[in-house]
Design a protein around this ligand. Structure first.
Ligand code: SF4
Length: 326
């Protein structure tokens, strides 16, 4: 019989950085549209894996000189190359032991989420019947949406920070998540107590170049008996500013038209300025608050397992003066 140790060892050997396992009853109370048990009713376990962004992917953005590494090697290649490969290899292990495995990387489009990507939390669980209808009244509409960060929490991989980013004890906010559902019964890991890593310092909110992380508006959910709270991120603002919407932190915003439209249309960021690598070139802000500020804070506190000889930040973050203002 397959054991948790075998699963974790294999996942690491084929490329995952961190691995954790949870039971499906931890999804009790989830809205049906977001409950993975509707995707795989026979599932007994969920395996969550974290794939690190190399810290060096952020170096060029921190210096203001090289922006492609985070887009390509820190973001898109993890989604489109590493995760599908590792999930495929892990699914083979389960099948070789007579178990079903459903691999779910970070890049699925989740077609039936209500609205088109800027869905407020209270709307996310509702299906969009213009896209697909349930087969019967008692089941959710396809495709059921699995919230990967919450699924990873349920599997014990880490916690949700105030920034809504997933934080692991190894890398803080510096990873992307993939999960696998299986009918194998595996020994679970405990969930992480909220507050183990995030001390609500609010540095993520202060450093966000779009002010997309509100200090006074939060979302709360309960998973496996733990109440988890995060900032009710303005996702539309986040979507604009993480793509370079603030000209003071985007050296590619050169013309008045750039400054007006950068981040507001995919074309400006992807096609007009940086060449998309692995279909992606948009993350120009370099996750100023939700990754860089948080990572620096957690590293400074000695909370993370992945340590470095040199601190990441050695000087005040750069800003491009706008209209004569520094
Ligand atoms: S920067 Fe501070 S408040 Fe924000 S997620 Fe990290 S630890 Fe939590």
């Amino acid at each position: 019989m397959l054991t948790s140790e075998q699963v974790k060892k294999h996942a690491r050997e084929v490329g995952a950085d961190i691995v954790s396992i949870g039971t499906m009853d931890r999804f009790d109370g989830a809205p049906p549209q977001m409950d993975p048990r509707w995707m795989m009713p026979t599932a007994k376990s969920i395996v969550a894996m974290g794939f690190r962004h190399a810290r060096g992917c952020f170096r060029g953005i921190e210096e203001g000189t090289f922006f492609t590494a985070y887009n390509a090697m820190g973001y898109a290649s993890i989604n489109y190359i590493e995760q599908p490969y590792v999930l495929h290899e892990l699914a083979r292990l389960f099948e070789d032991h007579g178990c079903d495995a459903m691999p779910i990387p970070n890049n699925f489009p989740w077609n039936n989420i209500n609205a088109s990507g800027w869905t407020p939390p209270e709307e996310t669980e509702k299906p969009n019947f213009n896209k697909a209808k349930p087969l019967t009244e008692d089941r959710p509409a396809p495709d059921v949406f699995i919230q990967l960060r919450l699924a990873a929490y349920a599997a014990g991989l880490g916690e949700i920070g105030f920034s809504k980013m997933f934080l692991s004890k190894e890398f803080g906010p510096r990873q992307r998540i993939a999960v696998l559902l299986t009918d194998a019964e595996l020994e679970p890991d405990p969930v992480v107590k909220p507050g183990t890593l995030c001390d609500k310092c609010m540095l993520c909110a202060k450093a966000c170049t779009g002010n997309a992380i509100p200090l006074d508006k939060t979302v709360k959910v309960t998973i496996a008996g733990n109440e988890i709270e995060w900032a009710d991120i303005d996702m539309k603002t986040c979507g604009t500013y993480f793509c370079g919407g603030n000209p003071a932190t985007n050296p590619f915003a050169v013309t008045p038209e750039d400054k007006e439209t950068f981040g507001k249309t995919v074309g400006i960021a992807q096609d007009h300025k940086l060449k998309p690598i692995y279909m992606y070139a948009r993350a120009l802000e370099g996750a100023s608050g939700c990754i860089r500020a948080c990572m620096i804070h957690l590293e400074n506190q000695g909370k993370l397992g992945c340590t470095f000889d040199q601190p990441f930040r050695k000087k005040t973050p750069w800003r491009i003066p706008q209209d004569g203002n520094p």
